[in-house]
Each structure stands twice: as C-alpha cells, then as structure tokens.
Design a protein around this ligand. Sequence first.
Ligand code: UDX
Length: 451
Amino acid sequence: MTKAIKQVSLVGLGFVGLTTAAFFASRGISVTGIDIDAEKIQKIRKASLPFYEENLEPLLKKTIQTGFLRLTTAYDPAIAETDMTMIAVGTPSDAQGQIDLKYIKTAAHSIGQVLKQKEGWHLVIVKSTVIPGTTRKVVGKIISEESGKVIGRDFGLCSNPEFLREGSALKDTMNPDRVVIGEYDDKSGRMLKAFYETIYSEQTKILRHDLETAEMVKYVANSFLALKISFANEIANICEQIPGMDVCEVMKGVTSDFRINPNFFGAGLGFGGSCLPKDVSALLKFAKEQGYSAPLLHGILQVNNHQPQHVVKIVETVLGGLQDKKIAILGLAFKKNTDDMREAPSIQLVKQLHEKGASQIFVTDPKAEKEAKRIFHNTVNYGSVEECLSEAAACILVTDWPEYTNISPKTLQSLMVEPRLLLDGRRIFDPSSYDRSVTYRGIGLSDTSKL
Ligand code: UDX
C-alpha cells in the first residue's frame, strides 16, 4: 500500500498553479511551487502577485509564513522530496490556433530527470489544458524515456483539468462544481481521488475517467460556454433589428425552461481571456486534423470576432462618421475583477475604431491600464472616467466594473457632447433612466427612438 499524498510539488506558478498551490497549502498540505522564472519566484516569495486576483495575496502571505508553501526555481530536490507533482505550465496557442507544448515538454523532461534518481512511486498530474492524447503520448512518454521508468508501475499519471475563473479563482478552487480526474491506471486515479477527499467536503463531486476523456471535458466545457455567449450575441444582434425587442427579456423567457441554464447568456462585445478563445481554436484545429470541419466551433469564433465590428458600426451610424469625434471606452480588461487583457474585446474594438478613422480614443480601466499601455502604447489616450467622458461624443461601456454602474445620466449629460451616445456593451444601465439628452443604445436592445 502506497502512503497517502501529503507533499506536493507544483510546476508553473501562473494563474492556475499559484492559486492551486496556495489553496493546497492552506489545507495543511506541504507544497513546493517550482517556476523557472527567478524574478517571478522572488516576487511571490514576498507574497506579491504577478497578476491581480482578489483575495489571493493574503492567502499567499499566510501560507508562505506558516511554511506550508515553499518556492523554488529548482526541480531537484523539490520533486524528489514530494509524493506528487502537478504540471500547471501554460499552453499558449500558435498563429494557427494549435497549442504550443514547449513548456509542457520542458517540464516533463525535468520531472523525468529527477524521477530517474528517485526511489519509490511518484504521481504526476497534468493540470494544464492539453489536447486529448497529450498526457499519455507526450508527458508520459517523455517522463518514461527520461527516467527509464514504467508508467503505471514505477510512476502514476493523471490528467486533472482546472475550471477556475479569473476574478474568482480562489472561490472556484475552494468550492469546485466538480473535480475531473483522468487516470492512466486505477492506482493513480484512486490516489488522486483520496488526496482530494482529504481537502474537499464529502459533497464535492469527484469524477474518474480515462486520460483522454478528462482532457476532452475541459475543451468541451469551455467550448460550450463560448457557444452560449456567441449564441446570445447572435440573438442580440437579431433582436436589435426588431422594434421594441430586448434580448434580456427574450432570454428571461428562454431560460425559464428547466433544460436551459441562464448562466453565460450575457450578450456583449464577445468573450476574451486566456482560455475560451484559445480552447475553441485548439479544439477546432484538432477536429480538422481528424478530418472533421467542425462548423459549429468555427461559427462560435466567427460570431465572436464580428462583435466588436458590430459595435463600431452602431457608433459610426449614430455619430455619422468617426473622424474628429472623441470616443470614450470604459473598461479594457476581458472581464471585471482582473487586469488581464489577453484576447480582450477592447483590443479589437480599438483596432476597428482606428481603421474607421477615429483619432481621439480615450480609455480607462480600474486595473488594466498598465497592461493597456503595453498593448496600445500612445495610440490612445488614458485618463479617469471623467477625463474620458469630458467632451466625448460617444461612450462605449466594454467591461462591467462595479465602479461604472453608478455613472448617472446627469454625469453623461453634463460632460459629453452631442449626440452623447452611451453604448452599453454589458447591459448594466437601465435604459428607461435616459431621456433624449443621452442617446442610449444597448447590445441586444432595439433602437427605441425608432418606435
Ligand atoms: C474560463 C472558464 O469559465 C473557466 O472554467 C476555465 O477554467 C478558464 O476559462 P475565464 O477565462 O476566467 O474562465 O473567464 P469567464 O468567466 O469564463 O469569461 C470568459 C469571457 O466570456 C469573458 O470575456 C466574459 O466577459 C465573457 N462572458 C461571460 C460574456 O460575454 N457573457 C457571459 O454571459 C459570460
């Protein structure tokens, strides 16, 4: 009988890795976080996060102080001294939408080298999002070749995808809807399940699959979420053409059906972030490689790519052209409560506005301004909400930060200039509170002035 897992090493201290490491450590597990980026390790050691995520910093601080979380750049002895190693390195996409496995491969090589010297069974878990077959055919194979050990006998192998969301990473990690385990062999799956049973309540659903099914669950879950959003956006664009129609009302009626869950039907400027766009593209690429064209997956991305263009068209129509008009953009992060701008709709929006001749674009975001400056440089102007709105002909609400919800019609009226277009890209404002001094347009809401 192998001893229970009490010591864990975790490779890759990005968003998923660091949140997972801090959470395990808070449950009394001895965790060693490994990252090859020495600067990042220095920063984390001081309990300073390399990204913005609410509530994570205090937990990080506490777990480092209590000694349950240690940090290092060296695989050895970190891996040799632990019972299980989780790989949580990034799997970015290349220009064709295919996932790049270079970090996964490097991690597998390094783990293999340490396992070569280690006595006793060791469990290796792939948490990174990888295309079905990668854990077995890439990670397992490399570790086996490097260590000279046999999978399923000398070391165990599982896939264990992560479903946490940016902005609520800790909450999602502490209370997951389910834990998905993909196992190479029964012992690996049993050991990982037993580990999770020690840190989660009895109610937590733990599912055991084979490796490839677990890998697929992650892609399908993210693709389905993306499908819901693109569906809502497509319906919203249709609703805008029907007098008196509002997508929010339509969706209320639709989602009252017990078969249709209301979450993720929020129409807007489209989905962004480090996962949804990348995962749909990777699944599409994978399907095509298998000889299937996957038109629905293709459609999800098509609708999503079109959404910023759709918004620019509305602004252009209401303003009668974009030249010499000041345009304010509220919110740049791909969603609220994060400073992340990866694949953010705001990037495409700014690009499209520039292409259509807009030269006075003013942007603001409570957390993402630093990141925005890295992306937009001085092609846009940065300022407070007030500075952005002052003398602006149009205001586009992109990210639903709470600080924007109480911008009053009066403020818009006094700061902006005709036609004072407010394009509510997240439907956070009440359309009925605007009189004709402000031109209110909401995604999925028909133009009421035409009624
Ligand atoms: C996602 C998955 O939700 C998570 O399970 C997985 O582990 C990682 O990918 P995340 O990228 O943090 O998480 O963002 P999410 O909350 O899913 O939002 C993705 C995008 O969809 C955001 O741009 C968001 O604004 C947008 N969105 C979400 C909508 O446009 N409408 C909605 O109704 C919901």
